[in-house]
Design a protein around this ligand. Structure first.
Ligand SMILES: Nc1nc2c(ncn2[C@@H]2O[C@H](COP(=O)(O)OP(=O)(O)OP(=O)(O)O)[C@@H](O)[C@H]2O)c(=O)[nH]1
Length: 403
């Protein structure tokens, strides 16, 4: 018995000593909390990244993932945290533009690469023509472009597909690069931007996005709901105004749109506002009275402000070449200063940008890349051409670079 008791006591003491030692070791070295920290951070990092990238596109998320490095680096949490936070910075409008366009367009880049991979032949040039027409560049514009390209390729001894693609991009960049895409402002009162277009092209949404951007830049923005056909249209504008912090001037359904524009300008001027955005009713280009009414709205604003600083025509990229006919009718009714091309995220045929500028001589100033408040970007010809002809696989790389 005594021996048994002694054995039990010895075991108990042994366990206590070993266990206590272990506690002591842990207590002096890395405490459990600290020891657990890297693991926690490791699992927390992607979560934090995912959270902060809800606004940013997926490639950012991938490129930001630091878990493989975090535990190795003796370093310290602050560094690990920095490496997590940094890539989550919001994308600039231009970056967003490149990504959105890259996602939505068809594989025009792949098609063109595949065409040229078979050699620079007559057949290749014909196929290129077809691909560009299918991308909405337009028949006339495509024929001229491809003819010019063929001549240059011959004169410059272009032999490889890469060279031919490079030449095509250069020609398009030159083609698009000449326009003035600035949005005119004035110092002596509110800048006046009149926004027009066919029904449902995205006028109100684009106004909301523009207002948001300028309010964020500490400007005072007033919205005039000169779409008096539908109370719902003014309601929609009002919701945008509330959401972004811009005052909305509206009138009863059926009121004269020109008088709402007048009131909007008077109110913006009285308040010392920086920018007045005038929303107009969507109208079909063949409705003569409505086009005349638009002319009247513009004349009133011109009279009050000296001149509208911008008359922006909103075109829906998904309607393709029909947009050109719409544009011509609007240009006949009012002097259009630029195009807002919406829904470019939803079409594979971004070539319409080239047609708008080439055939109408109108600069695309802004592009709509989604329904969200930040989905409006200044049009960047270089990024556009790159995105249009990037092969699908390259889009991922593009996104990672940008992160
Ligand atoms: N995907 C996508 N949708 C857009 C874009 N811009 C607008 N929309 C959507 O297009 C639809 C019509 O937009 P609105 O702003 O109401 O168009 P509108 O021209 O003011 O319409 P009317 O007042 O009826 O003439 C809405 O569902 C918008 O969310 C864009 O750039 N991309």
């Amino acid at each position: 018995m005594d021996t048994d008791l002694l054995t039990i006591l010895a075991v108990v003491i042994g366990v206590l000593v070993v266990g206590g030692g272990a506690f002591l070791v842990r207590g002096r070295g890395a405490p459990p909390d600290e020891g657990a920290e890297p693991a926690d951070r490791q699992s927390g990092a992607p979560a934090a990244t995912a959270e902060s990238t809800t606004e940013a596109p997926a490639p950012t998320e991938e490129s930001s993932a630091p878990p493989a490095e975090a535990p190795e680096a003796p370093a310290p949490p602050s560094e690990a945290a920095d490496s997590v936070v940094e890539p989550a910075a919001p994308l600039s409008p231009t970056e967003r533009f490149r990504q959105r366009l890259g996602r939505a367009r068809s594989s025009l880049g792949n098609t063109v690469a595949s065409i040229f991979s078979r050699g620079i032949t007559d057949e290749a040039w014909d196929e290129l023509e077809e691909a560009l027409i299918a991308a909405d560049v337009g028949v006339e514009a495509t024929t001229e472009l491809v003819e010019g390209l063929r001549e240059r390729a011959r004169a410059e001894g272009i032999r490889t597909g890469d060279e031919a693609l490079g030449l095509l991009k250069e020609v398009l960049r030159l083609e698009l690069g000449v326009a003035d895409r600035t949005l005119s402002r004035r110092e002596d009162g509110p800048s006046v931007w009149l926004v027009t277009g066919v029904n449902g092209t995205g006028k109100t949404t684009s106004i909301g996005k523009l207002a948001a951007r300028h309010v964020r830049e500490d400007e005072q923005v007033v919205l005039a709901a000169a779409d008096t056909f539908r109370a719902a249209a003014a309601d929609q504008l009002e919701r945008w105004g509330e959401a972004v912090g811009a005052r909305v001037v509206r009138a009863a359904e059926g009121a004269d749109p020109a008088s709402v524009a007048f009131d909007g300008h008077a109110s913006a001027r009285a308040a010392g506002a920086d920018l007045l955005l005038v929303d107009t009713a969507g109208r079909l280009q063949n409705k003569k009275e409505l086009m005349a009414e638009l002319g009247k709205v513009k004349r009133v604003l011109d009279r009050e402000a000296g001149q509208c600083d911008e008359v922006l025509l909103v075109l829906d990229a998904t309607v393709g070449q029909n947009g050109l006919q719409q544009a011509r009718a609007f240009m006949a009714a009012v002097e259009v200063s630029g195009v807002v091309l919406t829904k470019l995220d939803g079409t594979a045929r971004g070539g319409i940008v080239i047609a708008i500028q080439r055939e109408l001589g109108l600069p695309v100033k802004l592009v709509g890349l989604g329904e969200g408040v930040d989905d409006l970007a200044p049009f960047d010809p270089d990024a556009f051409v790159e995105a249009l002809f990037a092969e699908v696989a390259q889009d991922v790389t593009l996104g990672e670079d940008e992160a």
